[in-house]
Design a protein around this ligand. Structure first.
Ligand code: 5GP
Ligand code: MN
Length: 351
């Protein structure tokens, strides 16, 4: 496991001993790592410090992750009291994001808050000046894994996963599972050690898999099949993309999170090196990017899609009309950017 510096652990512990007003936040469109890490911390604080923290997400969580929030006190940015809770907090934990713009509607509240802020994150380039304690590493599978390293080092745990509250351990395992695409990507020796320790501590991994991957609605399966059949384009340069329009979302009644994972599927074809899922929203498109190991898509996300992320999993947005004049031109707009990106990537590699 990673050594988490003892002085940071001590600073955190002493804050928690004198501060009861604790808020935990994560990024927009919370995924398994966001919900896993935040709920894990919530359970830990409750059992080990007697603190009932308040989790605040920028927007709603996918139904497939609702099992993690069953007995947890959480709200979303639109709920009454969210702004006030952040304003009144003495301590704010920021999990699984590296800068405030990633928190969407919570951004202004967080910037305006005088609370002591602790970052636990695994993205490159954290906005260091915004946080009082930074736990930030990129050579790790997930924020959940980094949080695990911190929690097992806290007083009274002694490195023993068996001493973590059971719900905390289950949430950590969920976050790590989804961020590694069920242990297919970003797996480090530390990742497998943590998973092994959590299973030994009693986490039921099979039930987590059932809940997050095998409890979907039939409509979701039909929608994926429809999209792969009708909307998948594989370009000569090795970029595959799917455009998910509002009409298709409505037709299949797609719920939040029901296309999570779809972007990975085109990479199963040998010729595909980069895969994109472009999801239409009211006044913009959201874009999810995945790539093989020899191509970094976080630079593409940062330079062309106002986003960022990890080398092999990144995302951003295309705004209408500031980036793209008319939504109907989305395919051509994306293809031009993708073709140039692949040309540049190949030229750089050939040098
Ligand atoms: P996903 O494709 O699962 O939505 O996101 C994959 C990764 O891309 C996330 O873990 C995050 O690091 C990054 N990401 C997604 N959307 C955005 C965005 O709008 N801005 C930034 N900076 N990163 C994003
Ligand atoms: Mn993450």
């Amino acid at each position: 496991m990673f050594e988490v510096t003892a002085d940071k652990i001590q600073a955190l512990d002493s804050r928690l001993r004198k501060e009861g007003r604790v808020v935990i936040v994560s990024h927009e469109h919370p995924d398994g790592d966001a919900v896993g890490s935040t709920t894990a911390l919530w359970h830990f604080l409750k059992v080990k410090y007697g603190i009932v923290a308040r989790i605040i997400y920028p927007d709603c969580i996918p139904p497939s992750l609702a099992f993690l929030t069953e007995c947890v006190d959480y709200m979303t940015a639109d709920d009454e009291g969210a702004e006030e809770a952040i304003r009144d907090a003495g301590l704010v934990f920021c999990l699984d994001f590296n800068n405030f713009p990633r928190t969407g509607r919570l951004q202004q509240h967080l910037r305006g808050s005088a609370a002591f802020k602790v970052l636990v994150d695994h993205h490159p380039f954290p906005e260091e000046g915004c946080f009082d304690i930074l736990f930030s590493r990129t050579d790790i599978s997930s924020a959940s894994e980094l949080l695990y390293c911190i929690l097992v080092d806290m007083p009274g745990i002694g490195g023993d996963a068996g001493r973590l509250p059971a719900e905390c351990a289950r949430s950590l395992m969920t976050g790590m599972t989804t961020d590694t695409n069920n242990f297919a990507n970003s797996v480090y020796p530390s990742t497998l050690r943590m998973a092994s320790d959590l299973i030994a501590a009693g986490v039921d991994r099979d039930s987590i898999i059932e809940l997050i991957y095998n409890s979907g609605r039939e409509e979701k399966l039909r929608a994926w099949s429809h999209l792969l059949d009708n909307s998948l384009t594989i370009m000569e340069c090795g970029v595959a993309y799917i455009v998910l329009g509002l009409d298709t979302r409505e037709r299949f009644g797609l719920l939040e999170g029901e296309t999570d994972g779809l972007v990975n599927i085109p990479l199963r074809a040998a010729k595909v090196r980069v895969s994109a899922l472009i999801t239409e929203e009211k006044d913009h498109f959201r874009i999810s990017l995945r790539s093989r190991r020899d191509i970094a898509v976080n630079t593409l996300a940062g330079e062309r899609f106002n986003g960022g992320g990890h080398p092999q999993a990144a995302g951003g947005r295309i705004s209408v009309p500031s980036d793209l004049d008319d939504k109907k031109n989305i395919r051509q707009y994306f293809e031009d950017i993708a073709a140039r990106f692949m040309r540049d990537a190949d030229t750089t590699r050939d040098k």
